[in-house]
Design a protein around this ligand. Structure first.
Ligand code: ZN
Length: 184
């Protein structure tokens, strides 16, 4: 949603990009407004990635979905060590043309500089630096980690070991989203 705002060059998108580039989180009020707007157009089925990131956002989401008489079915927690995060972020390259991200040591040949999907030029994201990552991890521990207990208490939390391979993580998510259990 934030990338779409940036693509459209809205004031909100530009400000959000400036904040995240420096390892800061987008303010709760902004994120909540975006999600509310989006939910009013897609009220029934949704998957959020990287949201909510704070207790304030989680409480606002709970209020919004209960007003619409839908509810959250499941909350995945991608559990992974700081070392693995660091390694992945430092290996991440992004296509300037199609926007897809790749892991240099998983998906690309040594020294490869063009996107396997579209042939666009690959580059590092400006915010994938050790300093910015360090700051993001501090923000995470302070503001996002409390959500683990919040959703555990509500019986919604599904922890995943995100250190496993993408195929294994995908299989675990697919099994958890068994359509016979949820109204998907
Ligand atoms: Zn591409």
């Amino acid at each position: 949603m934030l990338r779409e705002e940036l693509r459209r060059q809205t004031a909100l998108g530009i400000e959000a990009e400036r904040l995240t580039r420096n390892g800061f989180m987008v303010p709760d009020a902004t994120v909540i407004e975006l999600v509310r707007r989006w939910l009013s157009e897609h009220p029934r089925k949704f998957v959020f990635d990287g949201f909510p990131r704070t207790l304030v956002q989680a409480e606002a989401l709970e209020k919004t979905v209960s007003q619409k008489r839908s509810a959250l079915d499941i909350v995945f927690f991608f559990d992974v060590s700081d070392e693995t995060i660091f390694e992945r972020v430092m290996n991440r390259v992004t296509c300037g043309q199609c926007g897809q991200s790749f892991s240099a040591n998983l998906h690309l040949a040594p020294g490869q500089s063009v996107c396997p999907g579209c042939g666009g030029a690959l580059g590092r994201r400006a915010d994938d630096t050790p300093e910015v990552l360090e700051h993001r991890l501090v923000e995470y521990r302070e503001n996002t980690e409390p959500l683990v207990a919040y959703y555990q208490k509500r019986g919604l939390l599904w922890p995943l070991s995100a250190a496993e391979s993408p195929d294994q993580v995908f299989a675990e998510i697919a099994a958890a989203l068994d359509p016979s259990k949820y109204s998907l």
